[in-house]
Design a protein around this ligand. Structure first.
Ligand code: NAP
Length: 290
């Protein structure tokens, strides 16, 4: 038996009064999981700043929030650039007021065997995931501290933060750094009333996924059978978790990364299946030269 289906998309975890008056900056909030989490924060009453690079993503994120009757603005930013981050916070402050919720969701990823990864490819992922999360978090904290404190950060990790994973040396290392940083910053900024948490999503397919990131197998039924819960995650299940972690109902939770994955990352077989190397999984030759 699979996990039962959740309440339908559009069911609010909280009334809009819970985050009313809050301003949430969501990096990568115009696509996929960022958009899904931004939407649930908006349903709980937050005004949303959708922050990323591409105008079409920014427009899609703002449209999704405005369709709920909530307030959203688009802010162009590359999270690898600290000056651009500072300018983005200035713009949000001028248009919506000070940011009190920061959702560090922006990421890049391309699975590849580590020996084929160029320094540029490594940095393309770690600069966005690890450095970008740090730069946005410190900009947020400096401003919150100057205002007298308070607020929360939610970092988006992945379950291979703890296990590593073949083909994802760059992303897994960066996400592990994000989980570790979540713990460091939670302690450092607790005296300022700033909570710092994370969420590690499991398999949450969505329409914005680029072809190279789509889960295998491709069909929904086959994909569901790869998860102990008997089905992949639904976007609202991640959105509710994000809204909870950013809400006053999580007021004593900090330094925690919440896994939302239907128990997928904990499974082990009594009998292990035959090992398949990462090169074979990618259908590549035995070495980079083959
Ligand atoms: P996605 O659709 O590819 O979204 C990535 C977002 O990050 C895009 O909106 C992109 O917007 C933004 N972004 C990328 N580089 C940026 C940069 N330099 N500066 C600012 N924004 C940037 O990915 P997703 O599947 O929704 O994943 C969202 C988060 O969940 C990521 O942190 C991912 O690692 C994590 N996650 C996802 C899954 C899953 O099943 N989908 C599982 C585990 C973890 P622009 O292109 O407009 O900049």
């Amino acid at each position: 038996m699979a996990y039962p289906e959740p309440l339908p998309l559009g069911s609010a975890i909280f009334p809009a009064s819970v985050l009313a008056g809050s301003v949430a900056l969501v990096t990568g909030g115009g696509t996929g999981l960022g958009k899904a989490m931004a939407t649930e924060l908006a349903r709980s009453g937050a005004a949303i700043a959708v922050a990323s690079r591409k105008p079409e993503h920014l427009a899609a994120g703002v449209a999704a929030i405005e369709a709920l009757g909530a307030r959203a603005i688009a802010v162009a930013v590359d999270v690898r650039d600290p000056d651009a981050i500072s300018a983005a916070f200035d713009e949000v402050e001028a248009r919506l007021g000070p940011v009190d919720i920061l959702l560090n969701n922006a990421a890049g990823n391309f699975p590849q065997p580590a020996e084929d990864m160029s320094p540029r490819g490594w940095r393309a992922v770690t600069d966005i995931v690890l450095d970008g999360t740090f730069f946005c978090s410190t900009e947020f904290a400096r401003r919150r501290i100057a205002l007298g404190g308070g607020g929360c950060i939610l970092n988006i990790a992945a379950t291979y933060s703890w296990t590593g994973g073949p083909g994802t040396a760059h992303s897994a290392a960066a996400k592990a750094g994000v989980v570790n940083m979540t713990q460091s910053l939670a302690v450092e900024w607790a005296p300022h009333g700033i909570r710092v948490n994370g969420i590690a999503p499991g398999l949450f397919p969505h329409d914005d996924m680029p072809a190279h990131m789509r889960p295998v197998p491709e069909t929904a039924d086959d994909r569901d059978r790869t998860v102990p819960a008997g089905r992949v995650g639904r976007l609202q299940e991640l959105g509710w978790a994000a809204a909870f972690m950013c809400s006053p109902f999580a007021s004593y939770i900090s330094g925690h990364t919440l896994v939302v994955d239907g128990a997928n990352w904990l499974r082990r077989g009594l009998r292990m299946p035959e090992f398949v190397s990462v090169r074979d999984q990618f259908g590549l030759g035995a070495t980079a030269d083959d």
